[in-house]
Every structure is written in structure tokens, then in C-alpha cells.
Design a protein around this ligand. Structure first.
Ligand code: KG4
Ligand code: ZN
Length: 374
């Protein structure tokens, strides 16, 4: 293992530096992560190139276009991450890349690049689960101790996960149909609001009356911890059709009603999950709920979670937005924890486009919806 040359590194780092690579969907990302002298994780660089413009005309991520764009960008993005970190390639102690779940072409590009860097340098290669990146982000940003509960709400996933330790995850709930971000995006599309839908719906909702339309609260009160959002989106469509043509005020009211129903749904499931978490770990000194995923940026959902946290005495840990959405710092960080645990992978490790974090949990929806975004 190579120790970083202090003359090349920026902040004082202790132990190995890990280069992380993320190419599972439509972001080409690379980052360098290490620990400072106190043992706290440090992000030395975090470079993300979004391909959103390349897919915009197609209304979703096109796997072939994504793979080609990753292949073209990856070399430059890795170089940019090293430059931003102020370290030479020789200062890197291990390379970690997302090997699943995600789009196979992009995964192959990232994994191959990581292996091609690690092999000649004689340093470890680690193949990382993208969802594990999201799951451990609160440890990277807030040094959160195990165990904790995680709400992952993105365009591709809506999950409640128990994060018990490195490699020890239990999926307590997931969506039985649409992911929450997907529901926001579809609702925006049917109301003819610009993509990405979440911020558009939130913006319109600020001037809307959430009480004007009565929308369903799917699975509310059920003992299972799963989510369902497709009925909610259908109810918005029916209300929109019944009031067509829609004035701006109607759209604002529908957005407000949708957002209210979505945040109440999330709070309802989370209340149950937190009660279960407290029962399972009654002696935990600092019980915490962490959030990740693009939808966690939503102000009303954040407020609902903040209220819940105050009511239940469970601390809410909400990493900065740029680290809640797809990035390579989270992949480098999982690589660092795994490296410190003595793990490494063979350079023959294959990519794994379908790879649940909790292998014991039954799949409820087919992975691969909406461009397999995680
Ligand atoms: O985590 P993310 O950036 O990408 C992945 O899906 O992995 O999440 C993107 C999703 C999109 O569906 C977007 O509409 C949603 O997050 N989103 C929001 C907000 N900002 C982004 N949803 C609700 N309110 C927001 N403010
Ligand atoms: Zn993701």
C-alpha cells in the first residue's frame, strides 16, 4: 500500500487514499477520499459529470448512449479528480468502482477503468454496490456510528434500510411500484412541468392549496413498511382530466396535494420503522435516521422528517445534497471501509447489473425500471 506523499496531498491525510469511480447510470464521477489525523473521513475531491443533456431528447437514460459517454469521459474525470485532490496517481492506495446495480455498459466502463489503474500500480481493487454507497454516506459526512436507519428516496429507489454494520443491511421496506422520485417526475410530466419533476412540483406547490384535492394515502396504516406511489400519480391524472383545461392555479393545487400526500406517506411509514428500530435497539444512546437520494431535497418531506425526529427523539442526519445524489465520493468511502476491513476483490470480478443490498429481501419490483437508476 502506498502512503501519500505529503508534498503532493492537500489536507493532512492518514492512511490510504481511495480513488472512487461511479458510472452506474448517467453520471460519470470520480473522487478521492481518505482520513485525516483524527480518523475522520475527508473528501479530497469529488468530480461529477452529468450526461443529462445527452439523454434529454429521449425522455430517459439510453443505455448505449450512456455507456459511450462514460467511455469518452472517464479518463478526463479521473484526471480531474486527482488534480482537484492535489495528488499524483502513485499516491492512491486503492481503487474502488461501482460494479452494480446499474446499466451494464456503464458498469463495465467504470470497473474496467478502475482495474486498469489498480493492476499496474499493484494496489487493491474493490468492486462496490452502488446502494451501499448511499447507505454509508452518513458515515462519510457525519461519522455516524452503526447501527442506524436509512431512508433512500431517489428516482430509482424508495427504501427503508437498517444499516447494522459494514456489509450488514436489512431492507425493511421498498416500493411495490414507482419510486418516489419517479412519481414526482411522472406527475410533473402529466402536468406539463419541466424535467426533473421533483423541483418543478415543489416550486408550483408553494402557491398551491394542498386541501383542494383529496388524494389517496396508499398503504397508510398497514403494518408492512412498503411504499406505493403509482395510485397517487393516477389520482392526480384523473383529477387533472376532470378539471381540464388546467389553469396555473389548478396545477399549483394539484402539485401541493400530491406533495402533501407523498410526504405524509413517507412520514407514516417512517414512524412505524422508527418504532421498530427503537424496539430492536432499546439501549442505543444516539438513535439516528439518515436520508439519501435526490428526493431528500424536498422541503416538505424534510419538514415531515424533522417533525418525526422531534416527536420520536431519533436524530435526523441529512447529508449535503451533492452527496445524497449520485457521486463517487460515496463509492470511494465504501472502498475505504472495506479496505480497512482487510477486503479486496480480484480484478476478474464481474459487474453485477442486478444486485440487491439485502440479498435475503424478496424483490418487489423488477430492477431496470426508468433506466435502472439507483
Ligand atoms: O438521487 P437522484 O439525484 O438520482 C437518482 O435517481 O439516483 O434523484 C433524482 C430524483 C428525481 O426523480 C427528481 O425529480 C427528484 O430526485 N428530486 C426531487 C427534488 N429534487 C430532486 N423530488 C422532490 N422534490 C425535490 N426538490
Ligand atoms: Zn443512486
Amino acid at each position: 500500500m502506498t502512503t501519500p506523499d505529503p508534498s503532493l496531498s492537500g489536507p493532512l491525510v492518514l492512511g490510504p487514499l481511495v480513488l472512487g469511480i461511479e458510472t452506474s447510470c448517467d453520471e460519470t464521477a470520480a473522487a478521492v477520499v481518505g482520513r485525516d489525523a483524527s480518523g475522520r473521513a475527508q473528501i479530497l475531491s469529488n468530480v461529477v459529470l452529468s450526461q443529462i443533456g445527452e439523454h434529454a431528447a429521449f425522455g430517459g437514460v439510453v443505455p448505449e448512449i450512456a455507456a459511450r459517454a462514460h467511455a469518452e469521459a472517464i479518463g478526463g474525470i479521473v484526471s480531474a479528480a486527482l488534480v482537484e485532490a492535489g495528488v499524483a496517481l502513485e499516491a492512491i492506495g486503492a481503487v474502488a468502482a461501482t460494479v452494480g446495480p446499474g446499466l451494464v455498459g456503464g458498469l463495465i466502463v467504470g470497473a474496467t477503468a478502475a482495474k486498469a489503474i489498480a493492476l499496474p500500480l499493484g494496489i487493491p481493487f474493490l468492486g462496490i454496490n452502488h446502494l451501499e454507497g448511499h447507505a454509508l454516506t452518513p458515515r462519510l459526512t457525519d461519522a455516524l456510528a452503526y447501527p442506524y436507519l436509512l431512508l433512500l428516496v431517489s428516482g430509482g429507489h424508495t427504501q427503508i434500510l437498517l444499516v447494522e454494520g459494514l456489509g450488514r443491511y436489512e431492507r425493511w421496506g421498498t416500493t411495490i411500484d414507482d419510486a418516489l422520485g419517479e412519481a414526482f417526475d411522472k406527475t410533473a410530466k402529466l402536468l406539463e412541468l419541466p424535467h426533473p419533476g421533483g423541483p418543478s412540483v415543489e416550486r408550483m406547490a408553494t402557491s398551491g392549496d394542498a386541501a383542494r384535492f383529496s388524494l389517496p394515502r396508499p398503504l397508510r396504516g398497514e403494518k408492512r413498511l412498503d411504499f406505493s406511489f403509482s395510485g397517487l400519480k393516477t389520482a392526480v391524472r384523473q383529477a387533472a382530466e376532470a378539471h381540464a383545461p388546467l389553469a396555473d392555479g389548478d396545477v399549483a393545487d394539484l402539485c401541493a396535494a400530491f406533495q402533501r400526500a407523498a410526504s405524509e406517506s413517507v412520514a407514516d411509514r417512517l414512524a412505524l420503522a422508527l418504532a421498530r428500530f427503537r424496539d430492536r435497539f432499546p439501549d442505543l444512546a444516539d438513535p439516528a435516521l439518515a436520508v439519501a437520494g435526490g428526493v431528500a431535497a424536498n422541503g416538505e418531506i424534510r419538514r415531515a422528517l424533522t417533525d418525526l425526529s422531534a416527536r420520536t427523539g431519533v436524530r435526523l442526519v441529512s447529508p449535503p445534497h451533492a452527496l445524497c445524489t449520485d457521486n463517487a465520493a460515496m463509492i470511494a468511502y465504501v472502498g475505504l471501509e472495506r479496505l480497512e476491513a482487510g477486503e479486496r476483490d480480484a480484478v476478474t470480478l464481474p459487474v453485477r447489473p442486478r444486485w440487491p443490498l439485502d440479498e435475503t429481501a424478496a424483490p418487489l419490483i423488477g430492477f431496470g425500471k426508468r433506466g435502472a437508476k439507483a
